[in-house]
Ligand binder design. Structure first.
Ligand code: BMA
Length: 831
């Protein structure tokens, strides 16, 4: 009987859910410019731009310079309509709601000509009771979207001063849509998330928890349901898998909609850990409300328990800034994530998953969902949960000042409450951050002068900021169990203190044009942004540019470079470190090497500085369209040299070889929780492969960063000139090499690289493809590519000592095709 009981309950739960039918309304939609022209077929969820492209009314804005031609779309109002017949079952219900998971943004919703809803926030979901308006047979839903640009301008005109960020700050809509320094301006609108009719009383369970000092989880399960009379009611929380009882309570339940709570305890819980620290355990908790034998409601919730802290302790240098998961300090390694498309409804689960898998493949343990984009989907956070990938979550405000009127405040508060409630259940959420670069912008970007604010205006704008970001959002996040941080960064990069406390965005190299070496000195407590652009691979460029446009000077290439001085900045840094590439293809490849070189220099410096520095999230992981940008993975999922280099630089245990004061220092960075015993070696050779010197030894590397060997440079260099010297360090555990690092005394342009005499062959074993490389001399930045095939290699763009290396190939290609198409290049081939 004991065993039967859970099955019985499950059956009842099914029955219950069958009593709350839903009907999605995604079919048969049409759209047109408001009151004008023919109705055209529309896709829901979707956007007006993608509908216009599909209808052949505008060209694809991602191709060529088409972005310019589609700008008119943002100034128009658009209407959508669909006819639907509610199911009999649905119509028979007492309560029927029309539910929009998301409308972008100013929508007036009419059901059978009656206005039932008006919206003004893309980040909120909407529910309206429509029992009264629904009828038997055919119904019509019509939605009018007002131009967000016009609405924003109207709101701006009502203020006595101009807010930085122009019209976009008045609209709660993804800010990057208005154009960013990596993204096109495509201010779209539409039914961007699911829409449905839903019946029933909306019964649901929720969960709050905390972890006691003794390690036990203290639960509070909340039950929301409808009771048709006053009754005695038993609330119960059990483990859906083992049947273990975690909490039970008997209460008097009033008539009507009720909200009751039951306390519980999970002793000796299996905790959720971020990747690298431990497994990701999930509980399935069954929350049941009973009246005698009758189940009033039942829901099984997935729950994971972890404690997350942001540790800010004063110390001799300033103040720490790091995350502790279940009491264990985490060195955060990752990147900033932006929306993967300008048209979000078309982003597939597969695409989202791939980006997150790419982050994990590059050994990241944290990503930052940046504030100029969107709060991501449930599936995105669930994936992060199961991958153990921590999420630094911004609220969606970036690089601008926002209005402080009560309507805006109210709207923004509802948005924050909804998002915090939605994401509370995800153990991946490590931080709620108020905004991106607003505190920094206000204090450092000269807005007061630029917009000629009076003292009173200035005070008002800043006080509005403080009210919302320092006070209000903090309060909203308070009960989520996740720390809050008002603005990223806390101090602008021009100030020395930005490296002593808080998180820092270090933009001195890109925006300040400092050489890459600055990254080694400008190390803060937590580097939440720094970055350098690299071009996407030629295969990506060809997807939006014709042959004649494959030039840095073409209008098309400029259209897909959104930073005002982007190509100039790349060129300036390139000249410092590399010889001028001989043609466009070589330029693309070298621009990627340049990007990888800069960013990994920063990463290695940040990791060496552990525990002073406890995190590094470079700008940026991905792209929203095909563009030259700071990303390591481009819009189509191709890895630039950066992503391969990051994979190496973010290894759990890695070598870092640096030259300091005429000595060569070998550091081991170890992010595991255990001390590792390893064998290290340093080899000095010249570019032709001639041996100069070697050192080796054993070392114990505890968690953190440790210098394990130091040698005077001249002892290693012997008679080699600096233009020909290659220093190589390896780390091995139990005879297995786990990492290697290279050090050169001159920038790549000054290296006297010989023809490496690089040979390769393709091998196939047990269905896997390998490239076996063999080089007689030192080979710099070996670049593997097969034209026309999107391939992923186990390594690419790597330096290679004389010897052999085996590379695994992933992707749709046969051994024969790979043999025919494989192109192997090195830096020497670019000049
Ligand atoms: C950071 C980001 C973005 C921007 C990037 C590159 O400040 O927060 O606003 O795209 O720099 O300039």
């Amino acid at each position: 009987m004991k065993k039967l009981l859970p099955c019985l309950l499950l059956l009842c739960a099914r029955l219950l859910s069958a009593q709350t039918p839903t009907q999605t309304l995604h079919d048969g939609w049409q759209f047109r410019k408001l009151n004008e022209g023919e109705w055209l077929p529309a896709t829901v969820p979707g956007t007006v731009h993608t509908d216009l492209v599909n209808a052949g009314k505008i060209p694809d804005p991602f191709i060529g310079t088409n972005e310019k031609q589609v700008q008119w779309v943002e100034n128009e109002d658009w209407e959508y309509r669909c006819k639907f017949t509610p199911s009999k079952e649905l119509l028979a219900q007492k309560n029927i709601r029309l539910v929009f998971e998301g409308l972008d943004t100013y929508a007036s919703v009419y059901l059978n000509s009656e206005l039932v809803l008006e919206t003004d926030n893309m980040f909120r979901s909407w529910r309206r009771d429509v029992k009264q308006q629904l009828k038997k047979g055919s119904n019509e839903l019509r939605i009018v979207f007002a131009s967000a640009v016009r609405k924003g301008k109207e709101a701006a005109a009502k203020l006595p001063y101009t807010l930085p960020g122009d019209e976009k700050v008045f609209t709660r809509k993804a800010q990057y849509q208005y154009g960013w320094d990596w993204g096109p301006r495509l201010v779209t609108c539409g039914i961007w998330k699911t829409v449905r009719l839903e019946a029933g009383t909306g019964a649901k369970a929720g969960l709050d928890y905390s972890i006691d000092a003794d390690g036990a989880v203290r639960l509070t399960a909340s039950f929301h349901f409808y009771s048709d009379r006053m009754r005695q009611c038993t609330l119960r929380v059990t483990d859906a898998e083992t049947g273990a009882l975690y909490g039970i309570d008997t209460l008097l339940c009033p008539k009507g909609r009720v909200q009751l709570a039951c306390k519980g305890r999970v002793g000796d819980p299996r905790l959720w850990w971020c990747r690298g620290l431990g497994p990701q355990h999930f509980y399935r908790l069954k929350c049941t409300a009973l009246s005698g034998e009758k189940i009033l409601m039942e829901e099984t919730l997935e729950a994971a328990f972890r404690q997350i802290e942001l540790v800010r302790d004063k110390d001799a240098q300033g103040e720490t800034f790091y995350f502790r998961v279940n009491g264990v300090p985490v060195f955060a390694k990752g990147a900033n994530y932006i929306p993967p498309d300008n048209f979000l409804p078309r982003v597939t689960t597969g695409k989202r998953k791939q980006i997150l898998l790419d982050a994990c493949a590059a050994n990241m343990n944290m990503i930052r969902v940046w504030g100029g984009g969107v709060y991501e989907t449930d599936e995105f956070y669930s994936l992060c949960d199961s991958l153990g990938l921590l999420v630094w979550q911004d609220f969606m405000y970036a690089c601008a000042m926002y209005p402080g009127d009560s309507a805006f405040f109210h709207n923004a508060s509802r948005e924050a409450e909804e998002q915090v409630l939605r994401l509370k259940k995800h153990p991946c959420i490590a931080l709620w951050c108020g905004n991106n670069e607003i505190d920094e912008g206000w204090k450092n970007w000269g807005w007061q002068k630029q917009y000629k604010y009076s003292a009173a205006d200035s005070t008002k704008i800043w006080n509005d900021y403080l009210d919302f970001f320092e006070m209000h959002l903090r309060l909203i996040t308070l009960r989520s169990g996740v720390p809050y941080w008002p603005s990223s960064p806390s101090i602008g990069w021009g100030h020395a203190e930005s490296l002593q406390q808080g998180d820092s965005h270090y933009w001195g190299v890109w925006w300040g044009m400092e050489p890459f070496e600055a990254y080694e000195k400008k190390v803060g407590r937590f580097m939440s942004e720094y970055g350098f652009q690299g071009m996407p691979p030629v295969s990506t460029l060809r997807r939006f540019a014709a042959e004649q446009d494959l030039s840095l000077r073409s209008e098309v290439m400029k259209q897909h470079q959104k930073h005002p001085k982007g190509f100039e900045t790349i060129q300036t840094h390139l000249e410092r470190d590399y010889r001028q590439p001989k043609n466009f293809e070589s330029y693309v490849y070298v621009s990627q090497l340049l990007q990888a070189r800069g960013i990994t220099m920063a990463i290695r410096a940040h990791r060496r500085a552990r525990p002073y520095c406890m995190g590094t999230l470079y700008w940026q992981l991905n792209d929203c369209w095909p563009v030259t940008s700071w990303s390591g993975v481009d819009h189509y999922g191709s890895w630039k040299a950066l992503h391969y280099a990051v994979k190496d630089a973010y290894k759990t245990t890695g070598a870092s070889l640096v030259l300091q004061d005429d000595s060569v220092h070998l550091y081991v960075v170890n992010d595991s929780t255990e001390s590792v015993k390893l064998r290290w070696s340093i080899h000095a050779l010249d570019v032709n492969g001639n041996f100069k010197s070697a050192e080796a030894g054993e070392a114990q590397a505890p968690p953190g960063s440790k210098r394990i060997a130091v040698f005077p440079l001249n002892a290693l260099q012997k008679d080699a000139r600096k233009e020909e010297l290659v220093l190589n360090a390896t780390l091995a555990i139990n005879g297995q090499t786990i990492d290697e690092d290279f050090l050169f005394l001159v920038p790549p342009k000054a290296l006297e690289l010989p023809d490496p005499k690089l040979g390769w062959k393709v091998e196939e074993r047990e269905g896997n493809l390998f490239i076996k490389l063999k080089t007689e001399r030192f080979a710099k930045n070996v670049f593997l590519e097969a034209q026309g095939h999107e391939l992923r290699f186990s390594d690419n763009f790597f330096d290679m000592r004389p010897g052999e290396k085996s590379i695994t190939v992933h992707g749709a290609i046969t051994a024969e095709q790979l043999k025919a198409k494989l192109n192997v290049r090195t830096l020497r081939d670019t000049y």
